[in-house]
Design a protein around this ligand. Structure first.
Ligand SMILES: *Cc1c(COP(=O)(O)O)cnc(C)c1O
Length: 940
C-alpha cells in the first residue's frame, strides 16, 4: 500500500508508531497481537470479497458515475416527502460542518451546550406548532413515531383496558404498514376505519391515530372524533404535517394528547427516504412516558442557566424488561437542521412559505376544476386529489415526460403535492398533463374554523438571526462551545468515534442523490439501487451473512428487525410458542428493549468474574426454558471489551436447544477482516454504520442499523412499506431503504479501504486499546482482559476501589478530563463505577499519549485527595469543569491554583473552554423546562 493510500490517512498511527505501541504492549507484531487476543476458533479462513481499495479521487469518480445514473426530477408525489430549499448557510454551516456532524450524543452536557441549544429550539418549534407543551428531540421517522405514540397510549391506558388501537383510514400508507409490524407482536388489535363517523368507533379502545391533513389532502375538524375517543378513555395521537401546522389550528388545542410527524420539509433534502427527524410532543401528564431524549434547562455550579438531557432516569426507556422504547441513536443532525431552518426563516418566513404552498395548491385545484376536472374536497393545504376516470396513468406519464413526478393513487385518481420549491412553470406543466389551463392566483383553501389564530415562534431566537451574517455567527457560536472530533479524541467505549472523512461526507449533498423522492419511478433511481445493492453485498461479505437490509434507521431498529425475523422463521416452522430471549447481564439497554418490543420475554444470563457469559448459568437458563427458547442475544466481542473464548460453544448450546443466535454487531470494529459473526455461529446481527462504517454520530444521529441474516432468515428481512402484500415481517422504517441519503458514507469508506484497509484498521484499533490499557494499568486497574491479558478494541478502567477510598467518582474524572481538553470515555456502562475507553484506529499516537498523560495526571490528583491533602469537595476534580469566567473572576478562594484549574500539565493554548460549570441535573428535573426559556431567565 503506498503511503498516500486512503487507509494510511484513515488510520491515525504510522508504522513506526505501531512498532513503538507493540513494544509497550509486549507483542512482536500485529499478527502476533491478533493471534494472542482473538480466539483461533472465530478467525475466518476466507478472505474478504470486497473490491481492492482505490484512491479518494477514483472512488468519488466511481460514485459520481453511479449518481449520474439517477435522474432526479421534480417530485410532487408528497406522501410525507416534499421538496424544500436547504438554506445554503445551513447546508454549509451545519450539514457540511464537522463541528456539528462529528459530535456525540450530548451526555456530557457541559461540552454540548451548542447542540443542546439547537435541540431546545427544535423542541420549542414542535411544542409551538403542535400546541402541546413537551416535545422531545427527536424520533426516527414519522411512521415509527406513530408506532411509539401507539405504545405510549397503551402504557398510559389503565390496566385491563382494551387492545384496540383505531387508525383513521386517511393515514399515510407507510405509517399504517409500520404500525402493523409493531402492533402484531404486542397483541395490539389495529382497527382501520373512517374516524370522521363516530358510529365506526368500537366501544372500547386504548388509542386512536388521525392524520392532519389526511393522505387525501383533506383538512378535517377532528374535535368530535377526539371527544368520542376520550369518552372511551382512549388517548388521541395525531400525525401532522409540520408546515401545515404553521397555518392550521394546533392539534393540541382541540384535544390531541400526542402529536407526531416528520420535519423533513423544514430544509432537509428528501435523500431517497431519509434521514429526517421525526418528532413527538405530548401533554404535560405524559412527559415521563415520552420515548427518546428530552432536552431541558437547568443551572450550573455558579447558578447560570445550562442545558442538559432531562429526566435521564427515563433512559429507563431502554432498560431491560421495563423497557418502553428501544430508541437510542435518533436524528439529532436533521433536528438541528430543522430547528435552524425555523431560526433562519422565523415566524413570518415560515408563514410565507406555508401560505405560498397552500396558495399554489389552491390555484392548482381551481385550475383543474375550471377545466371541468373533479377535485376531491373543498379544503386543502398542499395536496390536490383529482379524479380522471381511466386516465390516471396517462396523466402521470405525461407529467413525467415533461419532468414532474405525480402520484398515481389508483387507475382513476391522481394526487399532486405542492411545496416550497413548486414554481409557476411546474404548475403549468401539471395543468398541461391534465389537459387543463392554469388559472390566476387563488387564496389558500383552508377552512376558516381551522385557521391558526395564535402567534408561533415568539421566542426572540426565532427573530434574531435573519441576516446571513447573523445566522452564520449564530451557528458558529453554537458549534464553538461544543466538543467534536474536530477538537480531539472522543474515546467513548461502544460508540466507535472514528474518522468521518471529508471524501466520504461530500457525496451526501450531491443533488443526484439528495433530491430523489423515495417513491420516484424505478427508471429514475437506477443509481440509488446500484449503490444500495453493492453496499448490502459488501456488508454481507464482511460479516459472513447471506443477505442484508439497510432499512433499519438505527441499531435499535436493526435489533427489532432481526428478532422479528427469528420469530417469523420459527413461526413458519410451527414453533410460534418460542418467546424467551436470553440476554447477558452486560448487554446494551437496547437489546432487552428490542426483545420486549418483539413480544419476547427477557431472561437475563449472568456473567462470571472474568466478565464472560457464565456457562453454568447459560445451561441452567436454557434448561429452564427448553421449549420456549427463541434466541440468545449477545454482543461480540462482549460489551466488556473482550473476545470471549467460549462464543462458539455458546452458539452451539443455543442451537442445540432449538434457539437462534443474535450477535449484536455494534462492536464489529474489533472483527472486521479477521472474523465474521455469520461464520462463527450467529444467525443474525445488526451493524451500526454510524460506528464501524464511518457515518458520523451527528450529535446523536442519524444512524443506519442494517440487519444481516443467514440464508434461512433471508425471506424474513423487513419489507417494502409500500408493497401491496406485506412481507413476512413488514417494514420497521417508513422508507424502503431507511436513511438511504447517507449510505454514500459507508460505500466510500469500504471502496477506499478495500479488504486490506479494513483488516489493518481493525488491528490498529485493537492495538490502540491495548496500548492504552498497558499505559494506564498502573493508574487504574483494567477490569476485564482475555486469557492472554489482552483486551479487544476497548478497555474498562475500574475506579470503584479509588472511589470507595477517596470519594472521587467516575463523574469527577469525566468532568476533570474536560479541563484537560478531552471528551470523557463511556461512564458506568456496562459496569457502574468504571470508564470504558475506545480509542479507535483513527487517533494518532500523540493524541493517545496526550490522553494517557491526562489520565495519569488525574490519578495523581486523586491521590492528593486520598492522602488527605484536600477534601474531595474542595478538589479540582469535584469542582470541574472550570469555565473561563470562574478562572478569570476577581474572586478565587479555592484550595488549588488557577493554573492548576485551567492549565494542568499538557494543556496547550488552543485549550477548549467549557461554557458552563458542572450542571445540576436534579434541580433541572425538579423544575422541568424543555422549551426556550424567556430571556429574563438568563439575567436572573
Ligand atoms: C450503540 C449500540 C447499540 C444501539 O445502537 P443505536 O444505533 O444507538 O440504536 C446496541 N448495542 C450496542 C452494544 C451498542 O454499542
Amino acid at each position: 500500500m503506498s503511503d498516500r493510500s486512503f487507509s494510511s490517512r484513515h488510520i491515525g498511527t504510522s508504522a513506526a508508531d505501531r512498532d513503538a505501541m507493540l513494544k509497550a504492549v509486549g507483542q512482536p507484531s500485529i499478527e502476533a497481537l491478533m493471534d494472542a487476543c482473538m480466539p483461533a476458533l472465530i478467525r475466518s479462513s476466507d478472505s474478504l470479497a470486497l473490491p481492492a481499495a482505490v484512491s479518494e479521487t477514483e472512488a468519488q469518480a466511481e460514485l459520481r458515475a453511479i449518481a449520474e445514473s439517477n435522474r432526479p426530477m421534480r417530485s410532487m408525489i408528497g406522501l410525507g416527502y416534499h421538496g424544500t430549499h436547504t438554506p445554503a448557510v445551513i447546508r454549509r454551516g451545519v450539514l457540511e460542518n464537522p463541528s456539528w456532524y462529528t459530535a456525540y450524543t450530548p451526555y456530557q452536557a457541559e461540552i454540548s451546550q451548542g447542540r443542546l441549544e439547537a435541540l431546545l429550539n427544535f423542541q420549542t418549534v414542535i411544542a409551538d406548532l403542535t400546541g402541546l407543551p413537551v416535545a422531545g428531540a427527536s424520533l426516527l421517522d414519522e411512521a415509527s413515531a406513530a408506532a411509539e405514540a401507539m405504545l405510549l397510549a397503551r402504557r398510559a391506558a389503565s390496566r385491563g383496558a382494551s387492545d384496540v388501537f383505531v387508525v383513521d383510514s386517511r393515514v399515510l400508507p407507510q405509517t399504517l404498514a409500520v404500525l402493523r409490524t409493531r402492533a402484531e407482536p404486542l397483541g395490539i388489535d389495529l382497527v382501520v376505519t373512517d374516524c370522521g363517523d363516530e358510529t365506526n368507533l368500537p366501544e372500547s379502545m386504548f388509542g386512536m391515530l388521525l392524520q392532519y391533513p389526511g393522505v387525501d389532502g383533506a383538512i378535517l375538524d377532528w374535535s368530535e372524533a377526539m371527544a368520542a375517543a376520550h369518552e372511551r378513555g382512549a388517548k388521541v395521537a395525531v400525525a401532522a404535517d409540520v408546515l401545515a401546522l404553521v397555518l392550521l389550528r394546533a392539534p393540541g388545542e382541540f384535544g390531541a394528547d400526542i402529536v407526531v410527524g416528520s420535519t423533513q420539509r423544514l430544509g432537509m433534502p428528501m435523500g431517497f427516504g431519509g434521514p429526517h427527524a421525526g418528532y413527538m410532543s405530548v401533554r404535560e401528564e405524559l412527559k415521563r412516558q415520552l420515548p427518546g431524549r428530552l432536552v431541558g434547562v437547568s443551572r450550573d455550579s455558579s447558578g447560570a442557566p445550562a442545558l442538559r438531557l432531562a429526566l435521564q432516569a427515563r433512559e429507563q426507556h431502554i432498560r431491560r424488561e421495563r423497557a418502553t422504547s428501544n430508541i437510542c441513536t435518533a436524528q439529532v443532525l436533521p433536528a438541528v437542521m430543522a430547528a435552524s431552518y425555523a431560526v433562519w426563516h422565523g415566524p413570518e418566513g415560515l408563514r410565507r412559505i406555508a401560505e405560498d404552498t397552500a396558495e399554489k395548491a389552491a390555484r392548482l385545484a381551481a385550475s383543474l376544476r375550471g377545466s371541468g376536472i373533479d377535485v376531491a374536497g373543498d379544503s386543502c393545504f398542499d395536496t390536490v386529489v383529482a379524479r380522471m376516470p381511466g386516465h390516471a396513468d396517462t396523466v402521470v406519464a405525461e407529467a413525467a415526460a415533461i419532468g414532474i413526478n405525480l402520484r398515481r393513487v389508483d387507475a382513476d385518481t391522481v394526487a399532486v403535492a405542492c411545496d416550497e420549491t413548486t414554481t409557476e412553470a411546474d404548475l403549468r406543466i401539471v395543468c398541461d398533463a391534465f389537459g387543463a389551463r392554469l388559472a390566476g392566483a387563488t387564496a389558500a383553501a383552508i377552512p376558516v374554523s381551522l385557521r391558526r389564530e395564535d402567534a408561533i415562534l415568539t421566542h426572540p431566537v426565532f427573530s434574531s438571526h435573519h441576516s446571513e451574517t447573523a445566522m452564520m455567527r449564530y451557528l458558529k457560536r453554537l458549534a464553538d462551545v461544543d466538543y467534536g472530533l474536530d477538537r480531539g479524541m472522543i474515546p467513548l467505549g461502544s460508540c466507535t468515534m472514528k474518522l468521518n472523512a471529508a471524501a466520504e461526507m461530500e457525496p451526501i449533498t450531491w443533488p443526484e442523490f439528495a433530491d430523489v423522492h423515495p417513491l420516484a419511478p424505478r427508471e429514475q433511481t437506477a443509481g440509488w439501487r446500484r449503490l444500495i445493492e453493492q453496499l448490502e453485498g459488501w456488508l454481507a461479505d464482511v460479516c459472513g451473512y447471506a443477505a442484508v437490509s439497510v432499512q433499519p434507521n438505527a441499531g435499535s431498529q436493526g435489533e427489532l428487525a432481526g428478532l422479528l425475523a427469528i420469530q417469523a422463521w420459527q413461526s413458519d416452522r410451527g414453533e410460534a410458542g418460542r418467546d424467551v430471549c436470553l440476554i447477558p447481564a452486560s448487554a446494551h439497554g437496547t437489546n432487552a428493549a428490542s426483545a420486549v418490543l418483539a413480544g419476547m420475554r427477557v431472561v437475563v444470563v449472568a456473567c462470571d468474574e472474568a466478565g464472560n457469559v457464565d456457562l453454568a448459568d447459560l445451561d441452567a437458563k436454557i434448561a429452564a426454558n427448553a421449549d420456549s427458547l427463541a434466541a440468545l442475544m449477545v454482543t461480540y466481542p462482549s460489551t466488556h471489551g473482550v473476545y470471549e473464548e467460549s462464543i462458539v460453544e455458546v452458539c452451539g448450546k443455543v442451537h442445540d436447544a432449538g434457539g437462534q443466535v443474535y450477535v449484536d454487531g455494534a462492536n464489529l470494529n474489533a472483527l472486521l477482516g479477521w472474523a465474521k459473526p455469520g461464520r462463527f455461529g450467529a444467525d443474525v446481527s445488526h451493524l451500526n454504520l454510524h460506528k464501524t462504517f464511518c457515518i458520523p454520530h451527528g450529535g446523536g444521529g442519524p444512524g443506519v442499523g442494517p440487519v444481516a441474516v443467514a440464508e434461512h432468515l433471508a425471506p424474513y428481512l423487513p419489507s417494502d412499506p409500500m408493497a401491496e402484500a406485506p412481507g413476512a415481517v413488514g417494514p420497521v422504517s417508513q422508507a424502503r431503504w431507511g436513511s438511504a441519503g447517507i449510505l454514500q458514507i459507508p460505500w466510500m469508506y469500504l471502496r477506499m479501504m478495500g479488504p486490506d484497509g479494513v483488516t489493518a484498521a481493525t488491528a490498529s484499533a485493537v492495538l490502540a486499546a491495548n496500548y492504552i490499557a498497558a499505559r494506564l494499568r498502573e493508574s487504574y486497574p483494567v477490569l476485564y482482559a482475555g486469557e492472554q491479558g489482552l483486551v479487544a478494541h476497548e478497555c474498562i478502567l475500574d475506579l470503584r476501589e479509588l472511589t470507595q477510598r477517596t470519594g472521587v467518582t467516575v463523574e469527577d474524572v469525566a468532568k476533570r478530563l474536560i479541563d484537560y481538553g478531552f471528551h470523557a470515555p463511556t461512564m458506568s456502562f456496562p459496569v457502574a463505577g468504571t470508564l470504558m475507553v475506545e480509542p479507535t484506529e483513527s487517533e494518532d499516537l500523540a493524541e493517545l499519549d496526550r490522553f494517557c498523560e491526562a489520565m495519569i495526571a488525574i490519578r495523581a490528583e486523586i491521590d492528593q485527595v486520598g492522602a488527605g491533602v484536600l477534601p474531595v469537595e474542595e478538589s479540582a476534580l469535584r469542582l470541574a469543569p472550570h469555565t473561563a469566567a470562574v478562572v478569570t473572576g476577581d474572586e478565587w478562594d479555592r484550595a488549588y491554583s488557577r493554573t492548576e484549574a485551567a492549565w494542568p500539565a499538557g494543556v496547550s493554548t488552543a485549550k477548549y473552554w467549557p461554557p458552563v460549570g458542572r450542571i445540576d441535573n436534579a434541580w433541572g428535573d425538579r423544575n422541568l423546562a424543555c422549551t426556550c426559556p424567556p430571556l429574563d431567565a438568563y439575567t436572573g
